[in-house]
Structures are given as structure tokens and as C-alpha cells.
Design a protein around this ligand. Structure first.
Ligand code: ATP
Length: 957
């Protein structure tokens, strides 16, 4: 990229906007042409940062070997190597392969390390890619029209439009602005937002934080609007220059990783204790029975070999891979359901959500607003028409009216069209809006009454504004009335405004929450003049507001005020006073049909849905009732004003009882989350605005809106709803539960077998059988292949029918909670008892006089352990349902894994080269049948347990 052809950032702030535009050969009104954009894209490259940050590859690799279980395996490999050093010549002479175990174990350690490395770096890359996916779009002017483009397509010379909530996508010189405030903490570390100016030029040596006429990539628009000439893109932006400082990809351990560390510690400590018992006990017994000298050394060596096998047996070598695959599949399933995970822990913890706090507009409702009612001058008009198509009629008591005879309505429509930042566009054969749906509905309404926004925007050019924010719940614009040089405008005004504005040169239109706007009005426009707004009229207006709201309509109030001069910026509190009331507009935002079922699903799953909205309490209640969030008319609605007065502890008292919060401001959301969390709830919270970011960060699962969400809210979230839909949160929660249940399922499966292996190995010397029944290589085979494959298949086990019919589990619970620990030990012991019984029988059987291969009892132990796990895999698919009650094809992978694994195991026994390598012996038919018979006892036991628990009424989960 030949950035040298552009002036450095340091120069742009010392240039007048006009000069800057000339430098970049562009126009503030029409922007660049398509061809120019293409050329510049070629010349300067895409607007992308070469992201560094995150852990280095080396760090990721080293981290893999910090795992206590792998460290133990390395120790085992070394000790086993030293033992082999003592007699490698004899082994070679016998045709055995020395150092086999050391090599195999080290290979597994390295393989695990590489696997972990690949997975973690891929996870980091995937997260980085997800970040890119959620990277912002930008509104620009190109070819004379406004359009939205991807941030990466910006080029120097583009005219970029900024509004509250947007993350700035490139560096630029401000050409026009209104109340533009930008938080530049990403660059300067300064949390306070900076007030930006267009009409200043600054000395060349101004510091970054002082360049108030520039905007910088990666910063956030907190308030206001601005038109900006893009000067630098990609790596030449200020952010690009310090790209390595970019917020690194999340890499703190996830709850699951923490649990795995906990598991590793318990297993390793347990096995070391067992090893100590076996060695010390074995030696003491040998000594006590008079063994001395060389024999004693041989006993010691045998005990060490037993210990090494036990140490290998305790480590679930296949587990990390299975877990990562499960999480990866979980994230994929969630994306398919429109939930984009931004932070990995969310996959595991989503299932633990106890409370979902959701916005109303767009999440519970469709956010497709259609104005249905207009109330002005004591008359309620119905408006017909659908969607954003600007066709419809105004009716009074069912009869169509002509607006020429109803000037009060027309005046209201002028306010609708001008006090508005959205555009109505006819695209691809249908009408759509660019901007906020609430405002879109108003532009459509105005057009239905013949008031075209374009036309009126030029008739009444905007000269100032007090922008909308969720805290203010209103907005105003100030327009100039042409011509201004006559002193009196009346004669030159359109008839609609003629009677309303006298000598003033400006008019301010205000719209917002009706109670708030009405409270700021002193007059009402009766169609001819303004008269005082007395209490009776106020009551009538408020009654109509309540009437519309209780029918679920979203209601906005409108007012205006003639002005002699443009009020200064920041003077909204004083300027938005003594307004002239125009009327009410009520729009329908229908609930999303799928949300009703989702709310019910939440309730069945022990999750409480809570509505938090900026809208009116009656609108909120009507919709909450419709969706089942409110149970009846008596549900308490907590209004922002009340909440404001409550102390934190008072709020904490209420927070479990209230399901509807209305007229709240974003900072209330933060208090609500905190209060819920103090009560031990695990909270998911949605948000879309800039000011929702703190609440999203505080929530256990912060959820941003993919369509309407601001970049800032997305950045703060753990998950993005691609379709803004509440039902998607519930679907993702369900997936979260499935993922976590399956992880627990295969941990139970794998560890039960590990414990069985250890106890069996420890039992051999205790029973005086002499020799180690299982060599490390065989154990690795079991842990990786015969346990690993079925475990992978269990990872895709479909949800049990009752996943969403039980209360959520605490995300802070230990991995051993809810019977997992006792299951592991119980099943491990049963496993061991079955195998040890078989081992004793097999030992005696193979040590009969004349028996050809006395060592084959070991292969029988090996085979029984493997086959018993096959039955275990099939049975553990459900905690409560018996095998015969499950459809074997609902997870064909388990069946497939069992068949493949059994065949592989038999190959180890019956294929000569494999036999030589794995140190096995051929089994005859009787021996094989005995193995199968004993293995089958495992299934009998587990199924018996299920029946037993069913009888005593205990449900295990
Ligand atoms: P939710 O929080 O559920 O998304 P909401 O859209 O009502 O609900 P806000 O966007 O914070 O929440 O709006 C709060 C209130 O501000 C609205 O109820 C409405 O009265 C008013 N309002 C919304 N949009 C505008 C706007 N563009 N101009 C003026 N006032 C608005």
C-alpha cells in the first residue's frame, strides 16, 4: 500500500475541510464514484488491520505442556526408558522391542501437545474470524447516494456518516457534525468522550487527544452525528500504527478448562497415592516374607512397572480432543441457529442461564413498525396500510378523510418527516427503510399523507439538533424557514405552517416519549393558533396515550416550537421547554410469533424471562401478557423512575418478583443485572445501544443484536444474535445444555474405565499373579482408541427429551457434582470387580498344566476391559432410559464406533504383526467367549442401576 502518497494524520487536522476534500479529490455531497472507489481500493488496499495480539504460537505450544497429566506421562516415559536401559540387550535377543513404551508414551505426549496446539490456535483464529464477521458496516455517500458498505471497503476520499453507537471504521477529517461526541479510550485510554468540532483548524503539533476535528478508527460514537472525510485506512490509521496494542483475543481459561485442571489434579494425586501404597506395601510384604537381595530388587522393579502402568492408566489421554471437538460442534450448531459465539466459555455456560433479560423492541417484537393511530386536536384517526409501503388512508370513525381539511394532522406529519433520521427507499420492488424502524414508520406515515421527507427536508433545512438517546427518550431538530431575509416568514411558508409560526426564522420539532414531551409543552395547536395547554387537555391526551399503549401500541408524542435563533449545543434542557403540543402517533410492533413458544420453553426449563424496555409500562405489559412473560394483569411493572429511587438492597428485594421493567434507561439495566447476580442468578442480558455495553459486560452472558445492535454493544458481548430474536437465545441455551450434558457423559464414560484399569492393575500383584497385566502401550490403546472413538460418538448424542424440562445447573458446580464423582468411582469399582474376577479365573485357567500359553490371561484382561467399555458406551447414552427404550439409530455414531472399535480390538489379538507389537496372545474360542460374557456383566449392572434408581424415584442427570 502506497500510503506515502497521502498526507499523514498529523496534517489533516491543520487543514480546512474544503482543502482536505480537494486534496483527496472528492465531494462532500456526492462522495466518490464507483470507478474512483475501485481505483483507490487497488491503490491503498482494503481497510483492514493486520491483527497481531493474542498469544504467540510459542506461548500456545509451551502452555500445552504445562498440564499436570502430560507432565506425569513424561515422567512415566523417562522411568520406563531407564528400566529398559537395564536390559535392552536381553530384550533384543528375545526379539522384543525395547523402549517401546517410552516411545509410545512420548509419541502420545507430543501428539496431545500438537493436537492441543492446533486446536487452541484454531480456536483463537476462529474467534478472530468471528470478530471480523461481526465487524461493523459503515454508512457512506458514494455516487451521490447514501449506502451501507462493509468497513473494510472504505477508501481515502470516502464520505462516511457517523451516528451514535457506531464504531468508527477509518481515520478522517470531520466536515460537518452535530453534538458529535466520541469515546477514544481505545487509543488514548481516556474514558471521557471527546466533543468533536468541524470548523476548527489545529496547529500541526497538536497531540492525538487534542485533534478534535479528526475521528479515529476503533473509537466509538457516543452521541450525535457527523459527516467525515476518510483520510486514512488500514494500517496507516492511528490504530493501525499501534496494531499490536489491539485488544488481544480472549484467552483466559474457560470454566471447563478450570474443571479439567481440577480433574487432572485429583486424578494425579489419587494415582500417586495409590502408586505409593502399591510400592511401599509390596516391598514391605516382600521384606516381611523374607525376600532379599536380587529377588528383592526384582520385586521392586516389578512394582515400579505396575506403578508406571497405573500412572498411564489414570490419564485420560483422549479426553482433551473429545472435549474440543464437542465445543467446536456446539459452536457450529449454535451459529446454524443464528447465535454467534464471541467468547468460548459461553458455549459451556449458556446452559446454566437462570434469567434472560430481554429488550422488547426487535427481540420480543418484530421491529416492523406500522402506524395505526394518530391522535391530534381531540380526534383519533385510524391509518391503514401495511409495512413500509407509503400507501394508506386516514379515517375518522371508519370514514376516509382528506387531510386538506385536517391541517392539524398535516402539521403532525411534517414533524414526523423532518424530525427523523431514516430514509424510505424503493429497492428491488419493495419499500424498505434505511435507519431505525420507529422512524421509518413515521416517514411512511407522512408519505401516506402526502408529506414527502425529501421535499420537506429541503423546504425546512436542518440547522441543529438535540439527538435521541435512550436516556433522554426524545429528540429535537431545528430547521431554518426559507426565505429568512424577509423578517416575517408567514407569507412565504407553506400553508401548513402558515398559521403556526409568526416572526420566527426557525422551528424546532420534538418527538419522544409522550409523557416527557407533553410535560415540556405549554401550548397546544388547535389548527388555527396555539392556546394554553390546560390540565383537562393534558388528561385527555394522557388517557389516549394509555389507551393506545394498553393495546400494545408504541406511542410517540410530537411538539414544535418557533424560535428566533438556533439554540446552542447542549442547551436541550432549557430549549426543549414551552413547546406547542401537536399530537400522538401510535404504532404497532407485533410480537414475534415464535417467541410465545420460546417463553414457555424457558419456563419449563426453570429460566425466568424478564422484559426490560424503554417503552411505556402499558405497552410493555400488553406485549408481555401476550407473550406469556407476564402471567396476568396484576404482574408488577417496575418503572425506571421508581427504580431510580430504590437503593441497591431495595432493588434486590424486588428483582426476583418483577418480570417487566418499563421506561428504563441503560444504566438501570446494569443495576438490574447486578441485583440479580447478588441473588445468585446467572443472567443473560440483551442490549443494542452504546450505553448497554456496561450491562452486557456485567451479565454472565452478554448478548448483542446482530441487526440493530451498535458496534459498541457487539464488542462488549459474549454472543451475537444474528436475527435479533429472543427465540434464538432459548435455542442457544438448549444447545449449551446439550453440550454440557454430553461433556459430562463422556467424562463419566472415560473416567469410569480409567479407574477400572488402575484397580485391576493394582490387584494383580496383590493377588500374587506376578507380572503386570497391562503394559503401558495397551493402556494407551484403550484410552485413546477403544475409549476415544465411542466417546467422540457420545459427543454428538442428541438431547435427551427432558433437557429443557429441568432447572439449570450452577456454572460454578464442581465437575464431580451431581453424582458424577460417585458414578465414576462406583462404575470404576464394578468394572474392576468384573475384570479382577475374570483375571483370577483366566490366570488359573491358563496356568493349568499343559496349557500352551500361560501369559494369555493378560490378553483376556485387556480384551475384557475393552469390550466392557463397548456395552458401557451403549448404555450411557441415557442416564435414565434403558437401552431397549432408546432408538439405536438416533445416534448411529455410537453403534458405528462400537462395531469399529470391537473389530480393531480383535485385530490386535488375531493379526500377527499387531500381536507382536502390542504384546498380545491369541485367544481361543472359549477364552474369547469368557471375555465377552464377563464384559456383558457391565451392561447388566448399568441397566440394573437405571431400574433401581427409577424404582426409588431418583433421577440422575
Ligand atoms: P427496548 O428497550 O425494548 O428496545 P425501546 O425501543 O422502547 O425498547 P429505546 O430505544 O430506549 O427503547 O426508546 C425509549 C423510548 O424513547 C421509546 O419508548 C420512545 O418513547 C422513545 N423513542 C424511541 N425511538 C425514538 C426516536 N427515534 N425518536 C424519539 N423518541 C424515540
Amino acid at each position: 500500500m502506497s500510503a506515502h502518497s497521502l498526507p499523514d494524520n498529523a496534517v489533516w487536522h491543520s487543514l480546512e475541510p474544503k482543502l482536505a476534500l480537494q486534496q483527496l479529490s472528492t465531494s462532500a455531497d456526492t462522495g466518490l464514484t464507483k470507478e474512483e472507489v475501485q481505483q483507490r481500493l487497488q491503490k491503498y488496499g482494503p481497510n483492514e488491520l493486520e491483527e497481531s495480539g493474542g498469544r504467540s504460537s510459542w506461548d500456545i505450544l509451551v502452555d500445552q505442556f504445562k498440564n499436570i497429566m502430560l507432565l506425569m506421562l513424561i515422567a512415566v516415559a523417562l522411568i520406563s526408558g531407564i528400566l529398559d536401559l537395564l536390559d535392552w540387550k536381553e530384550k533384543l535377543a528375545k526379539g522384543e522391542f525395547p523402549f517401546k513404551d517410552t516411545i509410545a508414551i512420548l509419541a502420545i505426549v507430543i501428539l496431545n501437545g500438537i493436537l492441543g496446539y492446533v486446536q487452541e490456535s484454531r480456536a483463537e483464529q476462529a474467534l478472530a474470524a468471528l470478530k471480523k464477521l461481526s465487524s461493523p458496516n459503515v454508512r457512506v455517500i458514494r455516487n451521490g447516494t447514501q449506502m451501507e458498505i462493509a468497513g473494510k471497503d472504505l477508501v481515502p476520499g470516502d464520505i462516511m456518516l457517523l451516528e451514535a453507537g457506531v464504531q468508527v471504521s477509518a481515520d478522517g477529517r470531520i466536515i460537518e457534525q452535530s453534538n458529535l461526541q466520541i469515546r477514544e479510550s481505545a487509543l488514548t485510554g481516556e474514558a471521557e468522550a471527546v466533543n468533536k468540532q468541524a470548523d476548527v483548524t489545529l496547529p500541526e503539533d497538536s497531540a492525538l487527544g487534542d485533534r478534535i476535528n479528526l475521528v479515529f478508527q476503533g473509537t466509538e460514537v457516543v452521541q450525535g452525528r457527523g459527516k467525515v472525510l476518510v483520510t486514512n485506512t488500514g494500517m496507516t490509521t492511528e490504530l493501525g500504527k499501534i496494531a499490536e496494542m489491539l485488544q488481544s483475543v480472549e484467552s483466559e481459561p474457560t470454566p471447563l478448562q478450570q474443571r479439567m485442571t481440577q480433574l487432572g489434579n485429583v486424578l494425579v494425586t489419587g494415582s500417586l497415592i495409590l502408586v505409593a501404597i502399591v510400592i511401599v506395601g509390596g516391598m514391605a510384604y516382600a521384606y516381611a516374607t523374607g525376600v532379599t537381595g536380587n529377588k528383592l530388587f526384582n520385586t521392586f522393579r516389578e512394582l515400579v512397572e505396575v506403578s508406571l502402568s497405573m500412572a498411564v492408566a489414570v490419564v485420560p489421554e483422549g479426553l482433551p480432543a473429545v472435549i474440543t471437538v464437542t465445543l467446536a460442534l456446539g459452536t457450529q450448531r449454535m451459529v446454524k441457529r443464528n447465535a454467534l459465539i464471541r467468547k468460548l466459555p459461553a458455549v459451556e455456560t449458556l446452559g446454566s442461564v437462570t434469567t434472560i433479560c430481554s429488550d422488547k423492541t426487535g427481540t420480543l417484537t418484530q421491529n416492523k413498525m406500522v402506524v395505526q393511530k394518530v391522535f391530534t386536536n381531540h380526534q383519533a384517526y385510524q391509518v391503514t396500510g401495511e409495512g413500509y409501503t407509503p400507501q394508506g388512508e386516514f379515517k375518522l370513525a371508519g370514514k376516509q378523510v382528506s387531510l386538506e381539511e385536517h391541517p392539524a394532522v398535516s402539521a403532525l406529519l411534517v414533524a414526523c418527516a423532518t424530525c427523523n433520521d431514516s430514509l424510505l427507499q424503493h429497492k428491488d420492488g419493495h419499500w424498505a427503510i434505511l435507519g431505525d424502524p420507529t422512524e421509518g414508520a413515521l416517514v411512511t406515515l407522512a408519505a401516506k399523507g402526502g408529506i414527502e421527507k425529501d421535499q420537506w427536508d429541503s423546504k425546512l433545512p436542518r440547522v441543529g439538533e438535540f439527538p435521541f438517546s435512550s436516556e433522554r427518550k426524545r429528540m429535537s431538530i431545528i430547521s431554518k424557514m426559507e426565505p429568512v431575509d424577509t423578517g416575517s416568514l408567514v407569507g412565504n411558508l407553506d400553508p401548513i405552517l402558515k398559521n403556526r409560526v409568526k416572526d420566527e426564522r426557525y422551528v424546532m420539532f420534538t418527538k419522544g416519549s409522550p409523557e416527557l414531551v407533553l410535560a415540556r409543552c405549554k401550548f397546544i395547536d388547535n389548527g388555527k393558533q396555539f392556546i394554553n395547554l390546560n390540565d383537562d387537555i393534558r388528561k385527555v391526551v394522557l388517557a389516549e396515550n394509555d389507551n393506545m399503549a394498553s393495546n400494545g401500541l408504541r406511542v410517540l408524542g410530537f411538539a414544535y416550537k418557533p424560535l428566533t435563533e438556533v439554540p446552542p449545543e447542549g442547551s436541550d434542557e432549557v430549549s426543549e421547554q414551552e413547546l406547542v403540543w401537536l399530537g400522538l402517533v401510535g404504532m404497532l410492533d407485533a410480537p414475534r410469533p415464535e417467541v410465545r413458544a420460546a417463553v414457555q420453553e424457558c419456563r419449563d426449563a426453570g429460566i425466568r424471562p424478564v422484559m426490560i424496555t424503554g417503552d411505556h409500562q402499558l405497552t410493555a405489559r400488553a406485549i408481555a401478557k401476550d407473550l406469556g412473560i407476564a402471567q396476568g394483569d396484576n404482574d408488577r411493572v417496575l418503572v425506571g423512575q421508581e427504580l431510580q429511587k430504590m437503593s441497591d438492597s431495595e432493588l434486590e428485594q424486588q428483582v426476583d418478583l418483577v418480570s417487566i421493567y418499563a421506561r428504563v434507561a441503560p444504566e438501570h439495566k446494569l443495576r438490574i443485572v447486578q441485583a440479580l447476580q447478588r441473588r445468585g442468578r446467572f443472567v443473560a442480558m440483551t442490549g443494542d445501544g452504546v450505553n448497554d455495553a456496561p450491562a452486557l459486560k456485567q451479565a454472565d452472558i452478554g448478548i448483542a443484536m446482530g441487526i440493530t445492535g451498535t458496534d459498541v454493544s457487539k464488542e462488549a458481548s459474549d454472543m451475537i444474535l444474528l436475527d435479533d430474536n429472543f427465540a434464538t437465545i432459548v435455542a442457544a441455551t438448549r444447545e449449551g445444555r446439550v453440550v454440557y450434558t454430553n461433556i459430562r457423559r463422556f467424562i463419566k464414560y472415560i473416567l469410569g474405565s480409567n479407574i477400572g484399569e488402575i484397580l485391576t492393575i493394582a490387584a494383580a500383584p496383590l493377588l500374587g499373579l506376578g507380572g503386570v497385566p497391562l503394559i503401558p502401550l495397551q493402556i494407551l490403546w484403550m484410552n485413546l482408541v477403544t475409549d476415544g472413538l465411542p466417546a467422540l460418538a457420545l459427543a454428538v448424542e442428541p438431547p435427551e427429551p427432558d433437557v429443557m424440562n429441568r432447572a439449570p445447573f450452577s456454572p460454578r458446580e464442581s465437575i464431580f457434582a451431581r453424582g458424577l464423582g460417585s458414578y465414576m468411582i462406583r462404575i470404576g469399582i464394578v468394572f474392576a470387580i468384573i475384570t479382577i474376577a475374570m483375571m483370577k479365573w483366566a490366570y488359573d485357567y491358563t496356568h493349568q498344566p499343559g496349557y500352551p500359553e500361560p501369559e494369555s490371561w493378560k490378553t483376556m484382561v485387556f480384551t475384557t476391559l475393552c469390550l466392557a467399555q463397548m456395552g458401557h458406551a451403549i448404555a450411557i447414552r441415557s442416564n435414565n432410559r434403558l437401552i431397549i427404550e432408546m432408538n439405536p439409530l438416533s445416534n448411529p455414531f455410537v453403534l458405528g464406533a462400537v462395531v469399529v472399535t470391537s473389530i480393531l480390538q480383535l485385530m490386535l489379538v488375531y493379526v500377527a504383526p499387531l500381536r507382536a507389537f502390542f504384546g498380545t496372545y491369541v485367544l481361543d474360542g472359549t477364552e474369547l467367549l469368557v471375555c465377552i460374557g464377563f464384559s456383558a456383566l457391565m451392561v447388566v449392572w448399568i441397566e440394573g442401576e437405571k431400574i433401581f434408581f427409577r424404582i426409588i424415584g431418583k433421577k440422575t442427570v
